[in-house]
Design a protein around this ligand. Structure first.
Ligand code: UGB
Length: 621
């Protein structure tokens, strides 16, 4: 009372609405008019913003929260009444004939695809303060995740023929207040890593208010009585943001047909995505999840078909592992979540890499506003479930998109049987990774994220080109076990798809000694006969057609030196447990278009004065 004259109509309206919704506690401690007026206004401005950012406003948020908190207290299960079964989809072996066939179809489809990276999360679990997309995905090239993703999209733009037809493949990145400024700065610093102005767009998600009890009272910030405490709403916000930004409609008008979603730290995603895109195109899927084989009870969501006995509902959706076991027990299998005769769960594991068909996505977004089914996960003080240990909030996940889809929507999955070819994210701190390793689980650490890139590239060279890369060796960095393969980096331009490796590396033409380093950076490099015992780096601009034919490299190479043996490691080195020491390198740089054979044939060498020469600035130059 008495504060009325201080505020605008809009601010007064929000106070009235919140008081009606039982939120008078937000203003109860306000001093008399004239005291802390600027702070009062600050709180109201924040509330106006929170109201505008949530679909239906804060009143809807409070109503939804009350309902979800009541469901949680009563232990009501969102999947009650549904019977689970294994959905439609296909399981592929990496590099098999069927894989390559789908990859080919996927490459064509990629020429009409848009890409969406969800990158609003901070690396808290990883113990990294910066944005995760700025981390090097491997230390050999030092390429950061964002650069890898952008170069992969540009390589697909080229290889699919989209570039030749004048089409640019767009990338939208969802950021949050935690990541927006730094993502923008990273792009600016590196001139969008080669994307044109406007080709990459940032869409920022907002946080939602925290809740202190089952009556959905909003939480004031413990350190500021004039601010509501807020937390992230989850990656499900991406659908609403794509809709409200107009991007999806724009993409459809430009003739694009597919949208591919991926996470911030899985460097392998583009190795398997094309096969999923191909299957989407072949089966006309409205939604397709690129998934991994799953062991029963593994802490990973399961992609599940859910059907109501009376035919009133059906969907194919991710069921979190803790919900899957009770659901199976109460319906089709008294033993719950168990492996089948193959030794694996019949349900594919969700890794949140999704392919959506634009022609059904756009109308669905228009119908729902892109709002995704929410959930709440309060940590209760005791079994009475009446009080929380700390404030909670509503959340939503992008993989829950099918929950609102019509029953006849075609939703499928694409499993690549070899997890190492598809999924090795960087999520856990060294300490958590060690604990996971001790339990026999994948560590999802920066250490394995890097080593799995080398492994996947070596496997690709073996499968596609019969390369001799030796056998992997057992290794260990900061207590995290790894398989050590030759450190092979194939730039996205060199290998936009697996089939490109087959085209560019002649059968049986490549031999890599253990722990050798091979970096091939350039679209037009090919290998006819190459042996490396040490380190070779080849960089070639587009149009520099480089054939490695008869080259033998022998030098001291590089060593992945355990962090215990190096001085002042950086944080990036510390979380992976090693520093790369470059002892000796043969580096071949071709910065002018032309035809090059390395080593130069004797006849050509005579006329070498006239020919464009390769700059060889490495130690052996
Ligand atoms: N993210 C956002 O952009 N905004 C947010 O508000 C939150 C996250 P995490 P988590 O890969 O196995 C997901 O934190 O908890 C981005 C799936 O939900 O790494 O491990 C963030 O930047 C789960 O079903 O997710 O769980 C990152 O890019 C399973 O698939 C992405 O969302 C699991 O990943 C994921 O964020 C998995």
């Amino acid at each position: 009372k008495g504060n009325e004259k201080l505020f605008s109509e809009q601010e007064l309206a929000i106070i009235r609405m919140l008081v009606e919704e039982g939120q008078a506690h937000l203003f109860a401690a306000w001093p008399a008019p004239g005291e802390a007026d600027a702070d009062k206004r600050r709180l109201l401005q924040q509330l106006v913003l929170l109201d505008a950012n949530y679909h239906g406003g804060l009143a809807a948020y409070i109503h939804n929260a009350k309902q979800l908190l009541a469901d949680s207290k009563e232990g009501r299960n969102a999947f009650d009444g549904y019977t689970p079964s294994v959905p439609e989809g296909e399981r592929l072996d990496f590099g098999s004939g069927r894989f390559l066939q789908l990859e080919g179809q996927g490459l064509e489809a990629a020429g009409k695809a848009a890409f969406v990276l969800v990158a609003g999360g901070l690396g808290e679990r990883l113990g990294y303060q910066g944005i995760k997309v700025a981390l090097p995905c491997e230390s050999a090239s030092g390429r950061c995740f964002l650069q890898l993703y952008i170069e992969s999209i540009l390589a697909l733009q080229d290889a699919s023929g989209a570039a030749a037809e004048g089409r640019r493949l767009p990338l939208a990145i969802m950021t949050s207040d935690d990541t927006h400024g730094r993502t923008e700065a990273l792009l600016k610093k590196h001139s969008n890593f080669g994307m044109e102005e406007g080709q990459v767009v940032l869409i920022k998600q907002e946080k939602v208010p925290c809740l202190i009890d089952n009556d959905a009272h909003l939480a004031l910030d413990p350190s500021d009585a004039y601010a509501v405490q807020t937390k992230p709403h989850g990656h499900g916000d991406v659908h609403g943001l794509l809709h409200r930004s107009g991007l999806t409609q724009q993409w459809q008008q430009q003739g694009l047909q597919w949208v591919c979603f991926f996470q911030d730290t899985n460097a392998l995603v583009f190795r398997a995505l094309l096969a999923a895109l191909g299957l989407s195109a072949a089966n006309d899927y409205d939604m397709n999840s690129l998934a991994v084989p799953r062991k029963a009870k593994e802490a990973i969501g399961a992609i599940t078909r859910l059907t109501k006995a009376d035919g009133s509902g059906a969907m194919t959706v991710n069921v979190e592992y803790n919900q899957l076991d009770p659901l199976l027990r109460s319906t089709i299998n008294k033993d719950g979540d168990v492996n089948d005769e193959s030794g694996w769960s019949p349900f594919p594991g969700n890794i949140n890499q999704l392919v959506l068909k634009l022609s059904s996505y756009v109308p669905q977004l228009a119908a729902t506003g892109g709002n995704i089914s929410e959930f709440v996960n309060p940590k209760y003080k005791d079994a009475t479930k009446t009080a929380f240990k700390s404030s909670t909030r509503l959340e939503c996940m992008m993989q829950d998109y099918p929950k609102a889809l019509p029953v006849d929507t075609k939703v499928g999955f694409t499993v690549v049987n070899q997890v190492w070819a598809t999924y090795s994210p960087v999520k856990n701190s060294p300490a958590d990774a060690r604990a996971k390793a001790a339990e026999g689980n994948p560590t999802h650490s920066a250490t394995t994220g890097e080593m799995d890139i080398y492994k996947a590239n070596c496997e690709a060279l073996m499968l596609m080109a019969g390369a001799d890369v030796g056998s992997p060796q057992e290794g260990m960095y900061i207590g995290i076990p790894v398989e050590e393969w030759p450190r092979v980096v194939l730039s996205p331009s060199f290998a936009p798809c697996l089939a490109a490796v087959k085209d560019k590396v002649a059968q049986g033409s490549l031999l890599l000694a253990p722990k050798s380093v091979l970096l091939l950076e350039g679209r037009d490099i090919s290998v006819k006969n190459l042996r490396v015992d040490g380190a070779l780096v080849v960089r070639a601009v587009p149009g520099a057609k480089v054939v490695l034919d008869g080259l033998t490299v022998s030098n001291q190479g590089w060593s992945w030196t355990p962090i215990e043996k190096v001085d002042s490691p950086t944080l990036e080195e510390a979380i992976r447990g090693f520093r790369v020491i470059r002892n000796e390198t043969l580096e071949l740089v071709f910065d002018q278009p032309g035809d090059y054979i390395v080593p130069q044939p004797a006849a050509a060498a005579a006329a070498a004065d006239e020919a464009p020469a390769a700059e060889v600035p490495g130690d052996e130059a």
